[in-house]
Design a protein around this ligand. Structure first.
Ligand code: GLN
Length: 469
């Protein structure tokens, strides 16, 4: 898709301004029902497109010059309202721009997309802007927390988009919306300028229609950034040069604990098994194995994440950014009322749980213990990748659920069972469409060792090319 559009722009079959206008028109028609975008930056986009046309006229274009895209509202863009889908940041216009966005020279930002508040959730229902609806069925969610970014690509309201994945927020919405999405290795892409949720697991990742497009995007944005201290110094590979080469002698691990999970929809299990069988027919070796600490992943995740959230959200105090409660008695009252009025329920829940888990007397019992479990989970993966090249699993246990269906927070947290383990271990995960269940898209997840993006993209490309996909 990116390559075809590039050719059309370069051959002057279409101008960047025309292409951008086409997307803005589509957004005008479809977005009121979908609520994928929360802020459409039309003037900014048309100005960027006009500048892109000049670059193309001068023959100085690069891969993304003039290509329209969207970013989740947790990305800071200088001078453009960036709220993290939270009332506490309504009206906030950052004085700087996220590194990822700076690494997309010439691409045309169409606007900011919907998200759960500060990326906390799995349905985009925890947004101060209301939920994003699934483009395949408006009674269902688009997934979350990057639901707006996924729905925008699925509904052809952007060529590509960026979301974030702490514990599944790129992978699950990609599955629900029938597109491809990549959670990169922790530290592969800079998060500078992206609002933090749980800093030890936060990653930012692209959504697109094809695996090749993800490869092209990843090689643009990946790499060391002095402004994000955890970014890797490892050189960035030319993923697009290898993505179309099928992997020979591929060893695929099938995790027993994932397929035995009670809550796994049998139709999704079948669909995943079909993909596995098809890959076996192509010569892949299928290796059943065990990740014995899997059942502790969600509990550990929901101690570690709220702990980090309670610390990261401390900056929203009614003074430094965004919303300040209007009537207050003293400084403490400014803090408490601004936070009380500004944050939604899930943010408050996590702040309270996290503050408790980190407090003197409980730290060892909760936070420190969860960190030990995290090490065991990471070791499970290290052992697994001695036997196999990749793991294949569902991204989440079910299809896109109905709006309001998971009103119990624990139900919502269980959406993350197949995503949280790789997150705790810092591993990459790619989701590729694998078919449909009840006319709703379902993806399959490919996990690999750290910095194995080139490999998992190649495997994703193989799956994309399977008959029946
Ligand atoms: N559903 C998970 C959570 O609520 C994942 C969120 C994310 O990856 N940003 O924490």
């Amino acid at each position: 898709m990116l390559k075809e559009l590039r050719a059309k722009l370069d051959n002057k079959e279409i101008s960047a301004v025309q292409l951008t206008q086409h997307y803005l028109d589509a957004i005008k028609i479809k977005n009121p029902a979908l609520n994928a975008y929360v802020n459409v930056t039309s003037d900014y986009a048309l100005a960027a497109a006009a500048a892109a046309d000049e670059v193309i006229a001068a023959g100085k274009q690069t891969m993304l010059t003039g290509i329209p895209y969207a970013v989740k509202d947790i990305y800071c863009v200088q001078g453009i309202e960036s709220t993290g889908a939270s009332n506490i940041l309504k009206g906030y216009k950052p004085p700087y721009t996220a590194t990822v966005i700076k690494r997309l020279p010439g691409a045309v930002l169409l606007g900011k997309t919907n998200s759960d508040e500060f990326a906390m959730g799995a349905s985009t229902e925890n947004s101060c802007f209301g939920p994003t609806l699934n483009p395949y069925d408006p009674t269902r969610v688009a997934g979350g927390s990057s639901g707006g970014s996924a729905a925008a690509v699925a509904a052809d309201l952007a060529v590509f988009s960026f979301g974030s994945d702490t514990g599944g927020s790129v992978r699950q919405p990609a599955s629900f919306c029938g597109i491809v999405g990549l959670r990169p290795t922790y530290g592969r892409i800079s998060r500078y300028g992206v609002m933090p949720m749980a800093s030890s697991m936060d990653t930012v990742g692209p959504f697109a229609k094809t695996v090749e497009d993800l490869a092209l995007l990843l090689e643009q944005v990946a790499g060391f950034d002095p402004k994000d201290g955890v970014t890797s110094q490892q050189p960035v590979e030319q993923y697009s040069a290898t993505v179309n080469q099928p992997v020979e002698k591929l060893r695929i691990g099938i995790v027993k604990e994932y397929f035995e999970l009670e809550g796994l929809d049998p139709a999704i299990r079948q669909l995943t098994e079909r993909v596995i069988n098809q890959l076996a027919t192509l010569g892949a070796e299928i290796v059943p194995l065990s990740l014995p600490h899997t059942k502790y992943a969600v509990p550990a995740y929901y101690v570690i994440v709220p702990s980090e959230v309670s610390s990261n959200l401390a900056r929203f105090d009614g003074i430094r950014y965004g919303y300040r409660a209007p009537e207050t008695a003293d400084l403490l009252d400014v803090y408490t009322r601004s936070r009380e009025q500004g944050f939604g329920d899930e943010a408050k829940r996590r702040i309270m749980i996290g503050t408790y888990a980190l407090s003197a007397g409980y730290y060892d019992a909760y936070y420190a213990k969860a960190m030990k479990v995290r090490t065991l989970i990471r070791q499970d993966f290290v052992a697994a990748f001695k036997q196999v090249d990749v793991l294949l699993a569902p991204p989440c246990p079910g299809i896109a659920f109905k709006l309001g269906e998971k009103s119990d927070p624990i139900q919502m947290y269980l959406e993350d069972v197949f995503a949280a383990p790789a997150s705790l271990a810092g591993l990459p995960g790619l989701v590729v469409p694998a078919g449909q269940v009840n006319q709703l898209p379902v993806g399959v997840q490919i996990m690999g060792p750290q910095l194995s993006e080139a490999l998992i993209l190649r495997v994703g490309r193989m799956i994309e090319g399977l008959p029946g996909q």
